[in-house]
Design a protein around this ligand. Structure first.
Ligand SMILES: Nc1nc2c(ncn2[C@@H]2O[C@H](COP(=O)(O)OP(=O)(O)OP(=O)(O)O)[C@@H](O)[C@H]2O)c(=O)[nH]1
Ligand SMILES: [Mg+2]
Length: 883
């Protein structure tokens, strides 16, 4: 998911990123000289490594009596050659890496092929590096770079604050319940009356129960308000993932609905204890017992069907009646939450697991000095661990990560790793209504963390996404972990074929609920996602240029803002409009209307989107008017000396004679109409021949290109197969053959004539951005169109977004969609100067409706054009000239 956003951001980042940061801004393996024998350190600006320590480490390692050498799961060729004191050539040869036409090629044990230009970026798996080490009589040991921790390792200074997620179907009263608990008034201020993001806050609660719980801070609770609309499934999953207890609200008016069942499944998946509450009991004509019995039956049925692993029917039977609006029964629900928490015997109940492959290995080999720089202080465990709930781009505060601290303490000034991003906590904002700054955040609290550092001269700037684990680490350690992760991300970009790489830290477990898991698998089998790289993105981008409307003209070349702007409905208006569809459905004109003629194949850029108002020229030729006497008398300069041969001839002749000749030509010829038809027929034939020749030439060129590609592929295969590898089993051989065939099969081209709808989208939160992308995908499937987010990202609309929209204007009308963000003043000025439309949305349904309306217009135009073409065909056949 994060990578998806990066794909959109990447080209923009490339466009705006300065050529390279100046200075000696690098660290890590680059900081070393030509070999272990001559270790030198350059003066570097951004130094997060204790260079002296590393130099000592290497020098001691070289003299070490131990033969053991520690290696991470992925080893860089640069590191290895320093470690083994050999040069690049020898090292790459020993690793079996081939060099061909300026590129290095290698593969891993899972059948992935990689290629890259620069030697330092070659990363080989541990097994490959281990073989080379064995050749040098060293004993390789695998040690993971990822930190490892035990739950009991964390110092619990203060009892953790429990995290409670409030889940349920849309409009069942979650936000109103939390407003009553916290004394706030956020529900009336929500656009459209629906929650569109996760809202976290910590509040003091008075349950009236006895104080003094052994495990939790009973005075405070961190609540997570969740959206109930079906499109926010991922966000609900994320909330369930971090929660210690989930409160499931069911409206007695409506009973348990689809999303109620979904959240029960999600909570079960993450092993969260549940508390059921029946809301809106203040409404008249409601039957509490009936609703409770229905809920119990549904829980039982979920368990019977095997959709949940625990039977929640007993908990549903104990569902408490309450009214979030009136405040009745709220205290009882909170007391029930505390009772459920007290039943848990572990502190904290739910905790992010470490994903270290070799837990404890670093401790075991701590005495060995010969190690790579990746493994600096690898045995140290993080003092604080949390989970990222959301990421946002704030205009003033910059990039903010919303983190739920699960264990330990975060302080201002701590270094952290989050995804592949590295940073130092510059500010901690309490994630409540007040948004005040704090200096420390303890376990169970939510905070917005700022301070992600941009890596100068780094090819892959680190990034984090919701679901990632947030870890506070020692400075060097944090830097190395993020460096290692960034290198792995870079490796995935270098991947040429094979299964996509999975990163341990990119586990958005919340995405996959019990229900959506099946859908994911189904989608994956139908359309397996290939690893995305920049080239993929470029191919997509080029498709806009390549794709026409099927007649050679770009779909949006003549689309104007007025085409769309007239009738874009606001939320709720669309349904109304649908009722009177005939009012705005354009009347399909007959063939004799010149507007409906399909665009020409070549020549002027006449497009199907907006046909020019010019009538077709008549078939017959008007007699030439001879120049008047005054005109003749004018000096040659007046016409620039460029006169046609015919006019010159006329000049040389007697003008009266010439006029007479013309008149004879047109008046005495009886069959001028037939002649004109024959003439036009001949012209058409000539054009057809020209087009055929052109098509043939294109086909030949394509064939040639294909042949060349095949030769290169074969060569590459040949070179890669030369590498020393163990003999293949039959199964491996078959698999390789299958892969080869798959690689040689060209990627299916998008069908010609599929219209492209370019989108420039800016949003505030990454979770919301993802959700909008999902909605756009759904629309493109529904309307059989290509809705491409050609540029976008987090944060306000700036000048560069307007510039991108301006570029897209070439392909058609492209406004900038600003979702819950503002527009910069300069960007606004530039947009009005360039005629770019900046549209603001607060409610996701409004945005989806606007894009859907665009799709509807394009679909209608496409249908009209197709009908016009189908009508024209027989007419053209009738009009064939009699030759
Ligand atoms: N009568 C009555 N109405 C309620 C109660 N709780 C909520 N409502 C009403 O139900 C409507 C929806 O309430 P919200 O709190 O926004 O519902 P929600 O579950 O947060 O909705 P989403 O965030 O969109 O999923 C509002 O009009 C509330 O006034 C209640 O206890 N009694
Ligand atoms: Mg709500």
């Amino acid at each position: 998911r994060n990578r998806r956003l990066r794909r959109i951001m990447l080209p923009c980042a490339r466009a705006v990123r300065p050529a390279a940061a100046a200075g000696w801004a690098c660290a890590g393996p680059w900081a070393f000289g030509r070999g272990a024998g001559q270790i030198r350190c350059r003066r570097i600006k951004h130094n997060f490594l204790k260079r002296k320590l590393i130099v000592k480490m290497y020098n001691q390692g070289a003299r070490s009596k131990f033969r053991d050498v520690l290696l991470p799961p992925l080893v860089s060729a640069q590191e290895l050659r320093i470690l083994l004191r050999i040069d690049y050539k020898q090292c790459l040869q020993a690793l079996g890496i081939r060099f061909f036409e300026g590129k290095h090629y290698w593969r891993d044990n899972d059948g992935r092929q990689f290629e890259c230009v620069a030697r330092p970026r070659v990363l080989v798996p541990f097994e490959t590096a281990a073989k080379v080490c064995s050749m040098f009589a060293l004993e390789p040991r695998l040690v993971d770079v990822e930190p490892h921790w035990q739950k009991s390792d964390f110092l619990i200074a203060t009892p953790p604050v429990p995290v409670v997620a409030v889940l349920g179907h849309i409009n069942h009263g979650k936000t109103t319940f939390l407003d009553t608990v916290s004394g706030s008034h956020s529900a009336p201020g929500e656009p459209g009356g629906i929650t569109q993001n996760l809202r976290c806050f910590t509040t003091r609660v008075d349950t009236g129960a006895e104080r003094g719980s052994a495990f939790f801070d009973r005075n405070r609770i961190t609540f997570v308000d969740t959206p109930g609309h079906e499109v926010f499934e991922i966000m609900r999953g994320r909330a369930a993932e971090v929660a210690d207890v989930a409160v499931i609200l069911v409206s007695v008016e409506k009973g348990a609905e689809i999303q109620t069942e979904e959240v029960i499944q999600q909570a079960d998946r993450f092993g969260v204890p549940l508390v059921f509450a029946l809301n809106k009991v203040d409404l008249p004509h409601t039957h509490i017992d009936l609703a409770r019995a229905e809920l119990r039956r549904q829980c039982q049925s979920l368990f019977d069907k095997g959709l949940v692993s625990r039977d929640f029917s007993t908990a549903a039977e104990a569902a408490l009646p309450m009214s979030g609006l009136k405040g009745t029964g709220v205290r009882e629900v909170l007391r029930q939450v505390h009772e459920v928490l007290d039943e848990q015997k572990q502190v904290p109940i739910r905790f992010p697991e470490s994903y270290c492959l070799t837990p404890g290995a670093a401790n075991t080999y701590e005495h060995i000095w010969r190690r790579t720089v990746y493994l600096v202080d690898c045995h140290l465990q993080p003092p604080c661990v949390g989970v990222v709930l959301d990421v946002q781009q704030h205009t003033i505060r910059g990039k903010l990560i919303t983190v739920v601290v699960k264990a330990g303490v975060v302080n201002v000034g701590d270094y952290f790793v989050c995804g592949s991003a590295f940073g130092r906590v510059s500010h901690l904002f309490s994630s409540g209504e007040s948004l005040s700054t704090v200096t420390t955040v303890t376990s169970g609290l939510v905070a917005q963390v700022s301070g992600i550092r941009k890596m100068p001269r780094s090819k892959a700037p680190g990034d984090c996404a919701p679901g990632d684990t947030f870890m506070v680490l020692q400075r060097e350690r944090a830097y190395r972990v993020s460096e290692y992760r960034r290198r792995m991300e870079m490796l995935s970009e270098q991947q040429a074929s094979g299964p996509p790489m999975q990163f341990a830290w990119e586990h958005d477990a919340a995405i996959v609920s019990a229900r959506s898991q099946a859908q994911e698998i189904d989608r994956a089998t139908r359309n397996p996602e290939a690893p995305m790289s920049l080239s993929d993105w470029q191919r997509r981008r080029e498709a806009i240029e390549e794709l026409g409307d099927g007649y050679g003209a770009p779909v949006f070349s003549k689309g104007s803002v007025h085409d769309f702007e007239e009738e874009i409905p606001t939320h709720g208006e669309l349904a109304e409009r649908e009722a009177k569809e005939d009012d705005y459905e354009p009347i399909l004109p007959g063939w004799d209307h010149h507007e409906e003629r399909p665009p020409r194949r070549s020549g002027s850029k006449l497009s199907g989107m907006q046909v020019e108002d010019k009538p077709e020229p008549h078939l017959f030729v008007e007699p030439l008017e001879t120049a008047s006497d005054e005109e003749e008398e004018q000096p040659q300069r007046a016409t620039g000396g460029r006169r046609s041969a015919r006019r010159k001839r006329q000049q040389s002749e007697d003008p009266l004679e010439a006029e007479k000749k013309e008149w004879i030509y047109y008046t005495e010829r009886k069959n001028w109409r037939e002649d004109a038809q024959i003439d036009s027929g001949r012209t058409r034939l000539r054009v057809d021949e020209k087009l055929q020749a052109q098509a043939k030439a294109e086909e030949e060129a394509e064939q040639k290109l294909e042949e060349e590609r095949q030769i290169v592929n074969e060569l590459r295969e040949k070179i890669l197969q030369l590498s020393p590898r163990p003999p293949e089993t039959e199964e491996q051989k078959r698999e390789r053959e299958r892969q080869k065939i798959a690689e040689r099969t060209p990627a299916p081209l998008p069908p010609v004539g599929k219209p492209v709808i370019p989108i420039v989208l800016k949003a505030r939160y990454i979770g919301v951005f993802d959700m909008l992308m999902d909605e756009l995908e759904r629309l493109s499937e529904e309307y059989d169109m290509r809705i491409l987010v050609v540029h976008g990202g987090l944060g306000d609309v700036f000048l560069r977004d307007v510039v991108h929209a301006e570029v897209e204007k070439k392909y058609g009308w492209c406004p900038v969609y600003a979702f819950q963000v503002k527009c910069d003043k300069h960007a606004q000025e530039e947009a009005s100067r360039l005629g770019i439309d900046v549209q603001y949305y607060e409610l996701f349904t409004d945005f989806v409706d606007a894009v859907e309306y665009r799709c509807q217009i394009v679909a209608r135009k496409r249908a009209r054009r197709e009908e016009a073409v189908s009508r024209r065909k027989p007419l053209m056949q009738q009009m064939k000239p009699p030759i």
